[in-house]
Design a protein around this ligand. Structure first.
Ligand code: GRF
Length: 212
């Protein structure tokens, strides 16, 4: 069960839930890493999407992973939406929540329930190009507009501040003169996101299993 030092993880693998909203290439990287044994201390047992029909749901189905859709609009309020998420996470005895392209900001009262048990991937080197409004292509547009020569990706813990939790892992990626936001986004995914998200997930799962 979530929380430091115990629960479902004891003696076995940490139970992972992946939160998604879109294409799910980061989810795929996690599934592939599990198949290759890069993630060996945890198991993805649940995928939750906040968008109906997200392609990530198909990826989950193909990998035989249970998937659920929870819509903010259907829930009515942010509180009810988060309560439904919490119910699903509890029912499935989740130890670690991995936000992989999850396009919804969770409230401080939600994140406070899971200290050091929610991680997120952000497509820049935090503290650059992060926080409110910096999502998707906007992050890469901002990096190109500023003219930085190096960008990258960051995996961090999630707290009440958007992209503000403690940094777990970062990887730098070079920017080329001819880059468009789309080309840069793809390079950051391939050379950073899809590598450090599985690595960080394994590291945290390992700690959970050891009961840290
Ligand atoms: C990624 O760039 C991730 O860093 C950001 O949203 C994007 C999601 O892509 N938070 P995908 O759904 O994993 O393909």
């Amino acid at each position: 069960m979530l929380g430091k030092g115990g629960g479902a993880a004891s003696g076995g693998k940490a139970r992972i839930a992946v939160l998604v909203s879109g294409g799910g290439t980061n989810l795929q990287a996690l599934i592939d890493a599990q198949d290759k044994g890069i993630i060996k201390s945890g198991e993805i047992v649940l995928v939750i999407s906040n968008k109906a029909g997200a392609y990530a749901l198909e990826r989950a189905a193909k990998a035989g992973i249970k998937a659920e859709t929870v819509l903010r609009k259907e829930a009515g309020t942010q509180e009810a939406f988060e309560e439904r998420l919490h119910e699903l996470l509890s029912e499935n005895r989740i130890d670690l929540i991995v936000m992989a392209g999850f396009m919804s900001i969770l409230s401080g009262s939600f994140t406070a329930r899971y200290p050091d048990r929610i991680i997120n991937i952000h497509p820049s080197l935090i503290p650059s190009f992060c926080g409110k409004g910096f999502y998707g292509l906007h992050v890469h547009e901002a990096a190109l507009e500023y003219g930085v020569k190096v960008t990258g990706a960051t995996v961090h813990f999630v707290n009440e501040i958007p992209d503000g939790g403690r940094i777990i892992k970062q990887k730098a990626v070079e920017i080329l003169d001819c880059d468009t936001p789309e080309v840069l986004q793809k390079r950051v995914m391939e050379k950073a996101e899809w590598i450090i998200l599985p690595e960080a997930t394994e590291e945290i799962c390992e700690e959970i299993v050891r009961g840290k």
